[in-house]
Ligand binder design. Structure first.
Ligand code: AP5
Length: 222
């Protein structure tokens, strides 16, 4: 039996931050659609080149491209115990495709953790985000800066700002979220599996709430 969790929330809500920690605390695998696209782009693959134009504009990559990528990825053996989905699904079509695929594998989404955060906080978090090129650690110039400017505390790698984190693109990503992804809140609410968490609180508090919400679904206590 696997445990499958979706982290739902707007850009900058803390999905990536929380998913990384949860994956370390559980046997679940962290699958982030945005990270997969960025890795494909770094590798110069066809998928990466296709995704690039959409990501740079803050638009969603077409459903069939994302769906194929994710459904293939979760067949890997390291996803057998379950998955923490970060950034997927983002449309009703993606949600339905995921459900159908899981049903074919006698599996299902157990819980959707929805992080709610006000817009002004989201834009500030996105503007301040810095990511390590080497190990992927995330910092924030407003909330928890690294000790040496531009250098990762964890591994000494160089920090960069995502190209889609400019103010204009971040604002557009939020608009896209409200138009195309927000309807999923009601979609999962109707299924009775949505669990809302105040994503404005400190990272550690949010993690504790997530672990509490997941407790009944995890095979062993963490
Ligand atoms: P993606 O990479 O998924 O970006 P996103 O969903 O916009 O989310 P972010 O990564 O911006 O935010 P997050 O919620 O992970 O926040 P984080 O933890 O980093 O997608 C990028 C693009 O790829 C999309 O625009 C689209 O083009 C394409 N794409 C991806 N998936 C797709 C899909 N399914 N369909 C179609 N297209 C798709 O935190 C943000 C900052 O805040 C960090 O600095 C962090 O340190 C800080 N922070 C986190 N939590 C807290 C806290 N509690 N208090 C203070 N600071 C905090």
């Amino acid at each position: 039996m696997s445990t499958n969790v979706i982290l739902l929330g707007p850009p900058g809500a803390g999905k990536g931050t929380q998913a990384k920690t949860l994956a370390e605390q559980t046997s679940l695998s962290h699958v982030a659609s945005g990270d997969l696209f960025r890795a494909a782009l770094r590798d110069g693959t066809e998928l990466g080149m296709l995704a690039k134009s959409y990501m740079e504009r803050g638009e969603l990559v077409p459903d069939e491209v994302v769906i194929n990528m994710i459904l293939e990825h979760i067949q890997a053996p390291d996803c057998a115990a379950g998955v923490i989905f970060d950034g997927f699904p983002r449309t009703r079509e993606q949600a339905v495709a995921l459900e159908e695929s899981m049903a074919q594998h006698q599996s299902k989404i157990d819980v959707v953790l929805y992080l709610s955060v006000p817009n002004d906080v989201l834009l500030r978090r996105i503007a301040g985000r810095q990511t390590c090129k080497t190990c992927g650690a995330t910092y924030n110039t407003y909330y928890f800066p690294c000790h040496r400017p531009g250098i990762c505390d964890a591994c000494g790698g160089k920090l960069y700002q995502r190209s889609d984190d400019s103010h204009e693109t971040a604002q557009h990503r939020l608009d896209v979220y409200f138009a195309q992804t927000m309807p999923l809140i009601e979609y999962y609410q109707r299924q009775g599996i949505l669990h809302e968490i105040d994503g404005q609180r400190e990272i550690v508090w949010v993690n504790e709430m997530m672990l509490k919400a997941l407790d009944q679904y995890l095979p062993t206590s963490v």
